[in-house]
Design a protein around this ligand. Structure first.
Ligand code: HAS
Ligand code: CU
Length: 548
């Protein structure tokens, strides 16, 4: 097997370019988030003419779509280059094309949001209608990401050809699965944007089938959240064991969980549409069952992480049920930040199960509980893992080292995040249970007693949001230091080995025809009949609304 220890310098540049854009998005999106929580506390008004919904759209697009996609693609380029060798010049060239398309697309989208022509939030739900430039910009982002995906596929195929009969390196395998997931699901958002939203916002047609567009969106939107999660799982499975000085529990289990994500992430979008009329309850039920199937690979991941930590702790002489906890390297930010992410995923995932249960969804849907849910999953579990990865990835790529002082700051950053998020997301969960809506600016709803009940929680959200903004400043300080100012030197790109007692990995995990075939069959089962129904029994379409 190739034993490439360093990411090629030219690949490093490509990866870093993506990561820079990601952190710029974090800075701007984080500022928007701070402003939102302040507005919603009722104690602060935005300066003249700036709408809450413009800020909210900026926040969701920059953090949910831009930060994630850029960080993930940059990280995956680095991980694949590290484990299967440098990209060819031609592939790297296409990688840059992908990068520029995504960057130009982001700039175009951001422009139309900021001039107030696209306050449609990050889900851009019809019948809210944005300027065509908003949809065009997003299309460029998606097309750019597809190109980057194909670069990975071609590179991986070349490695497989050169190493016949061998299992591909785990991190590269995982990156390939994640990009396949992304490719299959983003066809849905491409379809609604190109066939429905764009012609409608250009005025070529004046009505839109709202249910079809939301269905295509969620066909994409749910797997999207796993496109964010899987790179975090790459770090947990394949990198954290090495960071703590241990070994990976099982390579096969890691691959199996990724394949299960490929199969079950997509045919589940209806769990975002449980309250929507026009979908037969039977098909909602089918997709809820599949949603509970996609929980299994996360439970497997929890098991594997416990096993890894416990194996390591016991190898260091830990005794008792939880003695291994004391052996973990708590002072190492590369471990600490992702570990806290794992810890938060326990309540975050439990909240997801609540959401997916039809009757409970009636209580929480469209309330700020849901916002609380994804600030635990995405903005804590995934984001803290990305921060933890950045602490070695950026210096590895920039040829620098993380100083002890920066490591200490990163530990403080993690704690600040935990405190800020506990206030903010905790308050969101409680206020949501009391009925506080999501996606809405401050209002007392004519002083209705119910709305007045929410205010203390909204103040807690603003407190949390302010603390989180301090966390963002801290991480930006660290990242800037690691990219440009830290002492020069060699930083390891940690990649874990598998424990001796683990079984050999079977080749069946790379039978792509089989897995993609099953994924497509599941998608067809879950979507064909309800989709035909939506088109055949469609109510009159809707004109576009600009409510801001
Ligand atoms: Fe979700 C809404 C259901 C996971 C993100 N979700 C959202 C939205 C976002 C989002 C962004 O069914 C809002 C979309 C919008 O704008 O409308 N979600 C789920 C379920 C899961 C889930 C069942 N969500 C995620 C992840 C996200 C994410 C991951 C981002 C990264 N979600 C829903 C539903 C809705 C929803 C409904 C719609 C709500 C509505 O009405 O609108 C599951 O995948 C969760 C499974 C996870 C677990 C946890 C396993 C725990 C692990 C950690 C182990 C810890 C260790 C450390 C080892 C079961 C792996 C331990 C150490 C110690 C010492 C203790
Ligand atoms: Cu979902």
């Amino acid at each position: 097997m190739n034993d490439v220890l360093k990411v090629d310098r030219r690949d490093a540049k490509l990866a870093l370019a993506h990561i820079y854009v990601a952190f710029i998005a974090l800075a701007l999106g984080g500022l928007a988030g701070l402003l939102q929580t302040l507005v919603r506390s009722g104690k602060f008004n935005l300066p003249a003419n700036i709408s809450y919904y413009t800020i909210l759209t900026t926040h969701g697009v920059l953090l949910g779509l831009v930060l994630t996609t850029f960080f993930i693609i940059g990280f995956q380029f680095a991980a694949v280059s590290r484990t299967t060798g440098a990209f060819s010049d031609r592939n790297r060239f296409w990688g840059w094309i992908g990068f520029w398309l995504m960057t130009i697309g982001t700039a175009v989208t951001a422009f139309f949001i900021l001039i107030g022509e696209a306050s449609v939030l990050y889900t851009f739900y019809a019948p809210l209608q944005a300027h065509p430039g908003f949809y065009l910009g997003l299309t460029l982002v998606v097309v750019g990401s597809w190109i980057s995906g194909f670069v990975l596929f071609v590179h991986y195929a070349r490695w497989k050809k050169a190493n016949p009969g061998q299992v591909g390196p785990l991190l590269s395998f995982m990156a390939v699965v994640n990009m396949m997931l992304w490719l299959i699901c983003s066809l849905g958002v491409a379809a609604t944007v190109l066939i429905q939203l764009l012609p409608w916002s250009l005025g070529l047609v004046d009505q839109i089938n709202v249910l079809v567009s939301r269905t295509l969106f969620w066909y994409f939107g749910h797997p999207l959240v796993y496109f964010w999660l899987l790179p975090a799982y790459m770090v947990w499975y394949a990198i954290i064991p090495k960071v703590i000085g241990g070994k990976m529990f099982s390579d096969s289990l890691a691959r199996l969980s990724f394949i299960l994500f490929l199969l079950f992430s997509i045919p589940v979008g209806f769990h975002h549409q449980l309250m929507e009329p026009g979908i037969d309850p039977f098909w909602k039920y089918v997709q809820v069952v599949l949603t509970f199937m996609v929980v299994i690979p996360s439970l497997m991941t929890a098991f594997a992480m416990f096993a890894t930590f416990e194996m390591y702790g016991r190898s260091k002489g830990a005794a008792g049920l939880f003695g291994w906890l004391r052996k973990l390297p708590w002072g190492d930010a590369r471990f600490f930040a992702p570990f806290v992410g794992m810890l938060f995923f326990i309540p975050a995932g439990a909240g997801g199960l609540v959401n997916a249960s039809h009757q409970l969804n009636q209580v929480v849907h469209n309330t700020i509980w849901v916002t609380g849910h994804f600030h635990l999953t995405l903005a804590t579990t995934v984001v803290l893992t990305f921060f933890g990865a950045a602490y070695w990835l950026i210096p590895h790529l920039s040829g620098r080292i993380m100083t002890r002082a920066m490591n200490r700051l990163a530990i403080i950053q993690t704690i600040v995040w935990v405190v800020g998020m506990s206030f903010m997301s905790g308050a969101m969960h409680f206020a949501g249970l009391l009925g506080a809506p999501r996606r809405s600016a401050f209002s007392t709803y004519a002083n209705s007693p119910q709305a007045l009940e929410w205010i203390p929680y909204q103040i807690a959200q603003a407190v949390g949001g302010t603390i989180l903004f301090i966390g963002i400043i801290l991480v930006l300080v660290i990242v800037t230091n690691l990219a440009f100012f830290a002492p020069k030197g060699e930083t390891e790109f940690p990649v874990a080995e598998v424990a001796e007692q683990a079984e050999r990995t079977p080749l069946v995990f790379e039978n792509w025809k089989l897995w993609i075939g099953i994924a497509i069959i599941l998608i067809l089962i879950a979507y064909t009949i309800p989709f035909i129904d939506m088109i055949q029994n469609a109510p009159p379409g809707s004109k576009g609304y600009k409510l801001w």
